[in-house]
Design a protein around this ligand. Sequence first.
Ligand SMILES: Cc1cc2nc3c(=O)[nH]c(=O)nc-3n(C[C@H](O)[C@H](O)[C@H](O)COP(=O)(O)OP(=O)(O)OC[C@H]3O[C@@H](n4cnc5c(N)ncnc54)[C@H](O)[C@@H]3O)c2cc1C
Length: 470
Amino acid sequence: MATQPTPADVVVIGGGPGGYVAAIRAAQLGLSTVCVEMDRTLGGTCVNVGCIPSKALLDSSHHYEFAAHSAKAHGIGISGLTIDVATMLKRKDDVVGQNTKGLEFLFKKNKITWAKGRGTLRAGNVVEVEGPDSSGTTSYQAKHVIIATGSVAVELPFLRFDEERILSNVGALTIPSVPRHLIVIGGGVIGLELGSVWRRLGAKVTVIELLPTILPGMDDDVVKEATRVLSRQGLELRTATKVTAGRRDGDRVLIDVAKDGATETLEGDYVLVAVGRKPSLNGIDVAALGLNVGRRGEILVDDQMRTNLPNVFAIGDCVPGPMLAHKAEEEGVVAAEAIAGQSAHMHYRSMPGIVYTWPEIAAVGLTEREARDGGREVRVGRFPFSANGRARTAGEGTGFVKFIADARTDELLGCHMVGPSVSELIAEVVLAFEYGASSDDVGIIVHAHPTLSEAVKEAALGALGRAIHI
Ligand SMILES: Cc1cc2nc3c(=O)[nH]c(=O)nc-3n(C[C@H](O)[C@H](O)[C@H](O)COP(=O)(O)OP(=O)(O)OC[C@H]3O[C@@H](n4cnc5c(N)ncnc54)[C@H](O)[C@@H]3O)c2cc1C
């Protein structure tokens, strides 16, 4: 006799930043909660093969680069500098392990059931979970379902991932020794971050981008500065260049590229394909369920993350919007609170975006071009880190903060930064943005001296023509 599905208030399919946060918030609100995750660990792309391991490698390689090139200026002499890639990778794995263990602890603390295995959503909000290693199938009758199945890397038809030489982010995080020549296809965030890791350690890195610039969609001044700085660091940036074919030949990869009618074959020992990610609909039979999806397979939702199916919500990389962990997390909170009957709703106006190269890049709001194209008359304030005392003490004078305000009302429209630790500095501007601040509001706030954050104040004052230190 078939066993009856176990009842649950909420079943979340996927335990990434969207899913685990939704599960924790639902449990906090007193709902009995199950989270289905098929991976060996919780945390999804972000914790296992995305944000966290990439930042661990970026930190390690940044220290190496400092020791190799910048320590001398501080009077620090280092001889016999080496890089032990195995230790660096183990450290990265340990950092990931600390995070995944932390999530297991949070699940226990909040009495969330982790249903280990692959979940399939059936009609009537039944979720079947096929356990690992033929351990059998269990099923849950959910009052509410949250789909948080994330995304997967896009493959090129002629370069199927083997994760040995033809790499997605997964393989690029485990290259066992410094490559001679890493070819990166895609000049977006992931390509530039992972390319930077291996370039800092001594690899030749060539980035091929189809569009006329790297970091498409970011503010023009930021793209210009990032292009200048990253090229100077040694990344070979080939823009407006098309990859027409590619193949693996033993331990080599051969990549055919074309630009302005001229063709060339690049030879490397690895190729990282970072041309984007697409929503994952693993376990979600869109046609059978009658679920509404968009052109790229993204699940369509309203501002409370409801799909067209009764009591079925969707969040994170599998719904429209930027594929970012913090976006997925906020959507998870909104879905859980909506299920609990609260009035939460999602908006994307103040969603920061960061690139963890060094210098870092951070942005929130409109680019100058978007603001002008949208018919706004704007005032721009720009303050360089070369004029900031704290940046000088750290030897980090590259980059700037750019403030864009409405010329008539002084409303803050956007802020874009290239520079040291701007991933942290942007938080102040996000707060200002969220509360509808003006550049005057930010400019009159006391900022401690000497700090990098003074560059934010000065850029805000700059939009009013009142910057002091420039
Ligand atoms: C290299 C890299 C670096 C990144 N760096 C950053 C960064 O610095 N900052 C940032 O904000 N974002 C970053 N991202 C993006 C970020 O990782 C994603 O936006 C985020 O992980 C999305 O969260 P999610 O919960 O929607 O999906 P995911 O994290 O993809 O999680 C989905 C989970 O669902 C599970 N799953 C799928 N289908 C099923 C099923 N049927 N049954 C059971 N389980 C299932 C998967 O195993 C997975 O664990 C990075 C991504 C990459 C690849």
